[in-house]
Design a protein around this ligand. Structure first.
Ligand code: ADP
Length: 467
């Protein structure tokens, strides 16, 4: 079989950018990205795409309508496709067994059932969403239990390693593509078909093939290792603050060791995003189910340290404002979980904002790419304890950083957006003191973490922190 048509189920952060790049690099393949959300598909077909990702607009512009299509006609695209990517969401379970840790596979199962119902010819089904180990088995069971005459399935695991904010570069210059399949002649053949798609632009040496379970576990392991590095340096940031050491100097010295390397060693308020916490929790849950409590406890500590860091940062904010933030105006700069994305899932800014709101603060929030409704949603949705009406009364969303910080008692930098580097902190400080809310006895405090500190020149830092 030569792959002529690809269908992708799920037009989210994974499916959208991945399939856009496949369409761009493989003009001989027709790629249709489907979603059951009409609104999402309409956005993909509009001028304003539903996700912000540097370079994505250009790629979509080049290919949309040529060999890249966004559609809600799931039945048609499943039927005509040779290969189907499953890129649906796999949130952490909120009820039942494994609640708060295990992944909820209902969307994966739903996608597999749809394929089983609709397919009328052979398909290669590729699991792309991050899933717990052995999820491919579920897809396999559903598909093979519902096989129609003349329809055969091969199930592959092809986890996505892109990082939000650099997704397009990560896809175009992928350090590795991982493809797992069954150890049978048919399995090997399916792996080769998917390799062929990637070989349009990825050197063959960067494409790794394994068995399905190694592929699934590698994805969880990669995210667990990355998150662990962040928790490791964050744990040391607390030690540095207690001893007078400078965590960025420690990171620089440690990172020079080629066995360790310099990347991912910047101390921060903590990691966020849809994957790190979720994948580690999956790994913990898997370890517990395999009766490996020591392994589970080891990885649990990475998550605990992340919660500790977010709380420690917020405590510092409150302490530096004389232990009370009640009715104080606090500017929150940045709400996405990192720069160059509008994604707020598990963003540390949520935890910081919620605690400050609980303490009675008035928050003035600005983020270059997060929509106003999304900020309200994150701070008011049902799992949040704050009363929605009170939250709405106590937050104001701004369209610029300067507007958010005007008259603020404190500026809390939550995301390392480049544009915050350009802010004239000296001017903000003087404006605050002389023209601000008229409370010149209150110090403008710039709470910062090491990742953000590099934004401020030493001079300005001192000015803001120590006056
Ligand atoms: P991710 O970050 O993993 O890409 P998202 O939540 O951004 O996750 O995107 C997943 C998308 O999958 C959502 O837009 C959701 O509507 C879609 N989806 C879930 N189940 C199905 C399905 N059976 N068919 C098509 N789309 C689906």
């Amino acid at each position: 079989m030569v792959i002529e048509k690809i269908c992708c189920l799920g037009a989210g952060y994974v499916g959208g950018p991945t399939c856009s790049v496949i369409a761009w690099k493989c003009p001989d393949i027709k790629v249709t990205v489907c979603d059951k959300s009409v609104e999402r598909i309409n956005q993909w077909n509009s001028e304003k795409l539903p996700i912000y990702e540097p370079g994505l607009d250009d790629v979509v512009q080049k290919c949309r309508g040529r060999n890249l299509f966004f559609s809600t006609d799931i039945a048609k695209s499943i039927q005509e496709a040779d290969l189907i990517f499953i890129s649906v969401n796999t949130p952490t379970k909120t009820i039942g067994n494994g609640k708060g840790r295990a992944a909820d596979l209902k969307y994966i199962e739903g996608a597999a059932r749809m394929i089983a119902d609709l397919a009328t010819s052979n398909k290669i089904v590729v699991e792309k969403s991050t899933v717990p180990v052995k999820a491919a088995e579920i897809i396999m069971k559903i598909l093979r239990a519902n096989t129609k005459p003349g329809v055969e399935y091969q199930i592959l695991s092809n986890p996505e390693f892109l990082a939000e904010g650099t997704a397009i570069d990560d896809l175009v210059e992928a350090e590795r593509v991982l493809i797992g399949g069954e150890d049978t002649p048919e399995g090997h053949k399916a792996i080769q078909e998917l390799c062929w798609v990637y070989e349009h632009w990825i050197p063959a040496k960067n494409i790794l093939t394994t068995n399905t379970w190694s592929s699934e576990l590698s994805k969880l392991a990669a995210n667990a290792f990355l998150a662990q590095r962040i928790s490791s340096i964050n744990s040391l940031s607390a030690v540095c603050e207690a001893t007078g050491a400078d965590v960025s100097e420690v990171a620089r010295a440690v990172g020079r060791d080629s066995r360790i390397g310099p990347k991912f060693l910047e101390a921060s308020i903590g990691f966020g995003g849809s994957c790190f916490q979720k994948d580690i929790l999956n790994l913990i849950y898997l370890s517990e189910c395999l009766n490996l409590p020591e392994v589970a406890a080891y990885w649990q500590q990475v998550v605990n340290l992340n919660d500790y860091q977010k709380n420690r940062f917020t405590r510092k904010v409150i302490e530096s404002l004389f232990n009370t933030v009640s009715d104080k105006k606090i500017a929150i700069l940045g709400f996405s979980f990192k720069k160059n994305t509008g994604d707020t899932r598990e963003s540390p800014a949520i935890c910081v904002s919620k605690t400050l709101l609980d303490e009675g603060a008035k928050l003035h929030i600005y983020d270059p790419k997060v929509e106003t409704d999304q900020i309200y949603y994150e701070l008011t949705h049902p799992q949040v304890t704050n009363e929605p009406e009170i939250v709405r009364k106590n937050i104001e969303i701004h369209r610029s950083a300067y507007s958010a910080v005007t008259g603020a008692h404190a500026i809390v930098l939550c995301t390392e957006w480049d544009e915050f580097k350009e802010l004239d902190f000296k001017k903000i400080y003087t404006d605050r003191q002389y023209k601000g809310a008229g409370q010149s006895d209150l110090t403008l405090t710039c709470i910062y973490c090491e990742k953000l500190a590099s934004f401020l020149t030493d001079n300005v830092l001192q000015l803001i922190l120590y006056v």
